[in-house]
Write a protein that binds this ligand. Sequence first.
Ligand code: PLP
Length: 426
Amino acid sequence: MKRRNFIKNSVASASALGAFGLGSTMNLSADNKKERNILPIDKTNSDEDFWRWVRESYSVSDNIINLNNGGVSPQPSVVQDAQKKYNDFSNEAPSYYMWRILDAGREPLRENLADLAGCSAEEIAINRNSTEGLNTIIFGLNLKKGDEIVLNKYDYPNMMNAWRQREKRDGVKLVWVDMKFPMENKEEIAKLYIDKFTSKTKIVHITHVINWVGQVIPTKAIAREAHKRGIEVIVDGAHSFAQIDYKIPDLECDYFATSLHKWLCAPFGSGLMYIKKEKIKNIWALLSANEPDGDDIRKFESLGTRSFAKEMSIGSALSFHNTIGTERKQNRLRYLRNYWMEQVKDIKGVKLYNSFNPDFSCALANISFEGKDASELDNFLWNKYKIHTVGIKYEDVNGVRITPNVYTSTDDLDRLVKAIHAFSKS
Ligand SMILES: Cc1ncc(COP(=O)(O)O)c(C=O)c1O
């Protein structure tokens, strides 16, 4: 009971931190920035009591099971409350509350995000999402006809399209990596990229976690080889940030962007972009600023009038996330992923597109049945069990992506396992 109360109080205090009072988000103390150590991390993986409290911090439906957290995540109630509250303030006198009061939280928020990212606050811009961050980088780079870009045919469509636009408009040459899933050898994966490098390669674009299947790409190994050849490295961290336990500098990339509405569970339409300090001047601001080629990261925040209520509520999501801690969250997500995959892996005809090896996967997984279309399982799970997933048919992938989150219980996954067994007999 004692421990339960402690957990309850810890989670509640995280909630209170972000939600109540403008000052709580704008003046996070040094202590609040640190990840909490509520319980020994290795003991919480399977502690359903602990995770039940986490679930109670969300307002997710108890009637349908949402296993498409890869698309976008719900926000804990504390984040929803903060946004509502800040929005109410904003509507009292918008230019006063948004620009004079809420915006005063921008620099502390930048610092708190930088703490989680493991970099300087001078390298972080707050924006809407990965698409915006990566498009800013892709369109902001000085490149000329004939320059080569190495990218993967399993990168995210918005980014592949941005590169295709540069190909069409500026004549850069796109050199495509192909791969099979799952892959479990760091050197082999890195080689797929490195083999494409030539003396004309200027950029390698790496998706850290491939969204179609959940494959983790050994980004650092590729970045190291790229830098030896003077090639710059862009990382799409949409799915890895706040899901996998790492700091951005660990990836050794030059440019990085992520969506905070995915694994940080921040408001819908919130993101961050990282650019290594000395590279900021090389990227033109997409929406022009006073010094579009200057070296102040804030030039990327010249985004016009927008909801500061949403941006400032990122602070509450950060605080909630830090209460759980990235390592604990990553381990729980892997535990949940293994929990259901172990129970279906031996069903006849099942193919899993991702590995059990923690170096190559985390929460996201993708399952298919030989001879069946992804939509058949996707529809079966929804129609018969009210389990929401996403069927993916793209290139060589034809399966259903399953993505739990911190609020997912093993009871939810028991239902999933039961449903998959039923499908196999249907
Ligand atoms: C790998 C990857 N990159 C980028 C994005 C785009 O994210 P957003 O729509 O938040 O910009 C996604 C979205 O699912 C993704 O999976």
